[in-house]
Each structure stands twice: as structure tokens, then as C-alpha cells.
Design a protein around this ligand. Structure first.
Ligand code: C2O
Ligand code: CU
Ligand code: CU
Length: 537
């Protein structure tokens, strides 16, 4: 696929005299080419077919078992048009049950693909809906409860490109894989011999999430992509299980953010760098008219566990090589009309307190230290690591949090030990309860605004919080007004040691059997209970 696309582009370019013959072999010799997800077309009956299947991917010269949709890894990009009905047949050819959730799409609970919508191995599920929301870059991924982290780590994830008339009228780049380029960033951990993906949901991962030392862009390690000169549109997705990223360019050229999770912004926002939470998307424009090659990189972040090499310095994600042909898209001054954020007085309010069981929190971090040493703790919230402190003391100092040691014992090495039989699979909670599929936590009213406050006060973890069935607006994020590029439509908000407020509205019904989910998108937090179901009626 990637190859066909590239050959098409290079054929066109060399016909135009833009690409010297040598550059093709040079490119192929030095780096893998950026794989471009295929655009999935509907069949003769207007139906899309998605097949979750097993395959292998080549990394470091080894064939590694992976999963994908209609392929061995990741999946196609499904292009949808606002207002046009969609039919999808989802076939599960995996050895285990799965679900497919449409992250970012406002669709009824019955077709949302949450953890209730289980597709047994060998079975097919059919869903139909009509998207009616602004153009956006969304994605689809499994939501099998307790297994989401594992299944995403295996490779299951794909893009949804929702289009509408308003965005079609702008002169934004639209040539898929040429000047409109998706970049799906994911880290992975392979076993020592490189032959398998090493995924385990243990107490360490339940606390800090699953992360790895191999960084992939569209499934390839530091690939290269040739582009025309001019305005390049990049659709960024952080598809990592747990790792937050901080995107920048290697030569400090600015990024112009044109869209967030749920659609285009009112106008481009120029930034030097762009933090990107797991599950989050941004569309950015980059000016490549100088013709100089550069890298997209991720800068170090202070999130717990994420400071380990190679993430302790700017890490290249993809090399962008502008060719001599000119691009045709433009960067408009104005994008779309964003409705102003309405007043919030008198609205229904809800408080969602994200909670990590103190045993899980401390034992998980202890496991992190045991495995990776003190540098795994990084410099979270600006706190330097005193070398002479024992892990437990240090943990207790972090962020002034309080810990309850009631149930904890020390083993001979002084490490915290959870009480026997401690169930970390339900150690993460919201408002004191771990996710219960049978019991929605509350009911929201169809079509009315609500103000939700999501609090992570009391722990030192980053919680990228996500809500199904809505595109919301951020009122405040960790106690501050949202950054300009985070003021548009969003389905993800950062909850980082403090609290964030969002204004939500649900336009579709979700019954108790098909409740919507609200959860931490650090997938191991989600899988171990930091999720709730809610109805909309
Ligand atoms: Cu991206 Cu509930 O998920
Ligand atoms: Cu979602
Ligand atoms: Cu979390």
C-alpha cells in the first residue's frame, strides 16, 4: 500500500522533473517509507467491511505477531461524509472477543462500540449510523473491558476522516498521503529477543500504564516521507496506550494548529510545540516551502515513567523531505465558525473524582523503580529527585499527597507489599467505584448541557480523560483556561494532579444496556477500573 502510493507520487514527480532519479534509491536505502493507511471504500451495497485479524509486522529484521484491521497492523482510514448514512460490518477473526469503538463520533450508544458491544471470535457485528457533526479526524479502536490496552498494543487502531461542506470549501490540502498526511504515533515494548510484543497488565502497568522503548509512526520506526513544497497538513494521533507526547519540529519551524479532536478551530493557532495526550488528535499545518528536510520529533515529558531513554531527549518520529514540486493547499486566516462557549450558570453539574487505590499507586510505583531505577520517576511536577531518599519516602513527598498505609505491609527489603489477594484489576476508580458494566453511574439528559468537573487531585499521575457520545468544550484545564488551540471541539481533556471542567452535551440516546463510557484514556487505568458508564435519555 505505502509502496504503491509512493511510486505513484514519485512517478508523478519525476515526470514533472521534480525528483532526481537518485533520490528514490537514496530514500529507500536510508529509511523505511512512511506507511500511509489505505482509504477504505464502501462496497457495492454502500457497506464498509472491517476485519480484525492477526498478522505479522517487520521490526528490526524480525517478523513480530501483530493485529490489525484489514491488515497486519493498524487499519485503514474510513472517510465519512457528514449526513451520509454509514453501514459497517465488523468481522472478528481474532482468537478473542473484541469491540470496535468510534472514538470522537457522536453516535447512539447502541452503535458506539463500548465494552458491551462484544463480538465473539468468528462473529460479525453490523452497525449503522449517520454522522452529523463537523469535519474531524477521529479514530476507531477496541474497547473490550480489561483487554483494551492489550488489543491496542497488539496493533488495533484506525482513523476516521469525517468530511463536511464547510471544511470542503477551505483550500486546505486534501491529497491523502501526499499533502494531507496522517501520523499515528505509538510506542511499543518488544520482548528482549524482539520476537513478540511484550504486553502484561501487572501492577506496575496498572499504576503508570504500558509504555515501551520503540517508537513508531504509522507502524514504522523513524520513517521518511517525501512531500511537495508548500503547506503540508498533518493529522496527528497519539495512539499510545499511556504515553503523552510533545510534538515539535527538529529545526524549530512552527506548527499551525488548525483542528482539535472534534473539528477545525476558528483560526489557525501558531505554536512552537504541541503536547499530545494518548487518544488526542490535532491537525497541524507546516510550511515546507523552503525545501529543507526536517524531522517531526517528540520532546521529553514529565509524565511518570516516561522519561526513560530514548524519550529523555528529542526523539525523531518521521523525516519530512520536501521535493521540488509545489503543493496546492493553503493556510486560511479563518477556518470555521465556532459557537462561543455559553454561560454555565444553572446547568446540571457532575463531579468525577479519579482515584487510584493507594496500594496500587505505591506498589505500582515501587515496581517501576525496581525495574527501571529512579530515573523512571523523572521530574514530575518539577520536583527534583533527592538521591538520598528511599523510594517510599520520596513517593510520600510527591505533590503533597496523602497516603493511606492501612493495608500495607513491608517485605524484608522495605518494599511496600499489598495485602494478600489485593485486586489491582479493580484498583482504579471513579467516585469510589471501579467500572461496573451492569451499573451506569448516572443518567444525563438528552440534548441538554452539563458541566462536568473531573478531578485527579491526590495522585501524581497524568489522566487523559475521555467522554463518549459528545464533543465538548474545555472550560478550565488543570486550573487554567484552556490554551487557544484547546478551545475548540474536544473529546479529551488533561487531568494532571488537579481538576478540569468541561461543557458537555449529548445528542443521542444511550440506554443502560448500551451506556456511554467516560474514562481515563491511559488504557491500563481504564482496564483496571477508571471508567464509568452513563445513560442518556
Ligand atoms: Cu478511545 Cu472509550 O475510547
Ligand atoms: Cu471514545
Ligand atoms: Cu488515568
Amino acid at each position: 500500500m505505502q509502496r504503491r502510493h509512493f511510486l505513484k507520487l514519485t512517478a508523478a514527480l519525476s515526470a514533472a522533473g521534480a525528483l532526481p532519479l537518485w533520490s528514490r534509491s537514496l530514500m529507500a536505502a536510508t529509511r523505511p517509507l512512511l506507511p500511509i493507511p489505505a482509504l477504505l471504500e464502501a462496497d457495492a451495497h454502500g457497506t464498509y467491511n472491517l476485519i480484525a485479524q492477526a498478522g505479522t509486522s517487520q521490526w528490526n529484521g524480525k517478523a513480530v505477531p501483530t493485529w490489525g484491521y484489514n491488515s497486519s497492523l493498524l487499519g485503514p482510514a474510513i472517510a465519512l461524509q457528514r449526513g451520509k448514512p454509514v453501514n459497517v460490518n465488523i468481522h472478528n477473526r481474532l482468537p478473542e472477543a473484541t469491540t470496535v469503538h468510534w472514538h470522537g463520533l457522536e453516535v447512539p450508544g447502541a452503535v458506539d462500540g463500548g465494552p458491551q458491544a462484544v463480538i465473539a471470535p468468528g462473529a460479525t457485528r453490523q452497525v449503522s449510523f449517520t454522522p452529523d457533526q463537523p469535519a474531524a479526524t477521529c479514530w476507531f479502536h477496541p474497547h473490550q473491558h480489561g483487554k483494551t490496552g492489550h488489543q491496542v498494543a497488539q496493533g488495533l487502531a484506525g482513523l476516521v476522516l469525517l468530511q463536511d461542506d464547510a471544511s470542503g470549501k477551505l483550500r486546505l490540502p486534501i491529497q491523502w498521503g501526499v499533502d494531507d498526511v496522517p501520523l499515528i504515533f505509538q510506542d511499543k515494548q518488544l520482548t528482549k529477543d524482539g520476537s513478540r510484543i511484550e504486553y502484561q497488565l501487572d501492577i506496575m502497568r496498572a499504576a503508570v500504564g504500558w509504555f515501551g522503548d520503540m517508537m513508531l509512526t504509522n507502524g514504522a520506526q523513524y520513517p521518511q516521507h517525501a512531500v511537495p513544497r508548500g503547506w503540508l497538513r498533518l493529522r496527528l494521533l497519539n495512539g499510545c496506550n499511556a504515553r503523552s507526547l510533545h510534538i515539535a519540529t527538529s529545526d524549530k519551524r512552527p506548527l499551525y494548529v488548525i483542528g482539535s479532536d472534534g473539528g477545525l478551530l476558528a483560526e489557525p493557532v501558531k505554536v512552537e510545540s504541541l503536547p499530545l495526550l494518548p487518544g488526542e488528535r490535532f491537525e497541524v499545518m507546516v510550511d515546507t516551502s523552503d525545501g529543507n528536510a526536517f524531522d517531526m520529533v517528540t520532546l521529553p515529558v514529565t509524565q511518570m515513567g516516561m522519561m526513560l531513554a530514548p524519550f529523555d531527549q528529542p526523539l525523531p518520529l518521521v523525516n519530512i523531505l520536501p521535493l521540488r514540486v509545489m503543493a496546492s493547499g493553503a493556510l486560511p486566516d479563518k477556518l470555521v465558525d465556532l459557537p462561543p462557549v455559553p454561560a454555565t450558570e444553572g446547568l446540571q453539574t457532575r463531579w468525577l473524582q479519579l482515584m487510584m487505590d493507594p496500594q496500587l499507586d505505591s506498589q505500582g510505583m515501587q515496581a517501576l523503580m525496581d525495574r527501571y531505577g529512579a530515573k523512571a520517576m523523572g521530574n514530575h511536577h518539577g520536583m527534583a529527585m533527592p538521591a538520598d531518599k528511599k523510594p517510599m519516602d520520596m513517593k510520600m513527598d510527591m505533590g503533597g499527597m496523602q497516603m493511606d498505609h492501612g493495608n500495607m505491609a513491608m517485605d524484608h527489603s522495605g518494599h511496600a507489599k499489598a495485602a494478600p489477594g489485593y485486586d489491582f484489576h479493580n484498583g482504579n476508580k471513579i467516585n469510589g467505584v471501579a467500572f461496573d458494566m451492569a451499573k451506569p453511574m448516572f443518567g444525563a439528559k438528552l440534548g441538554s448541557m452539563e458541566k462536568w468537573t473531573i478531578s485527579g487531585e491526590g495522585d501524581s499521575m497524568l489522566h487523559p480523560f475521555h467522554i463518549h457520545g459528545t464533543q465538548f468544550r474545555i472550560l478550565s484545564e488543570n486550573g487554567k483556561p484552556p490554551a487557544p488551540h484547546r478551545q475548540g471541539w474536544k473529546d479529551m481533556v488533561s487531568v494532571d494532579g488537579w481538576r478540569s471542567e468541561v461543557l458537555v452535551r449529548f445528542n443521542y440516546v444511550a440506554s443502560a444496556e448500551h451506556a456511554y463510557m467516560a474514562h481515563c484514556h491511559l488504557l491500563e487505568h481504564e482496564d483496571t477500573g477508571m471508567m464509568l458508564g452513563f445513560t442518556v435519555t
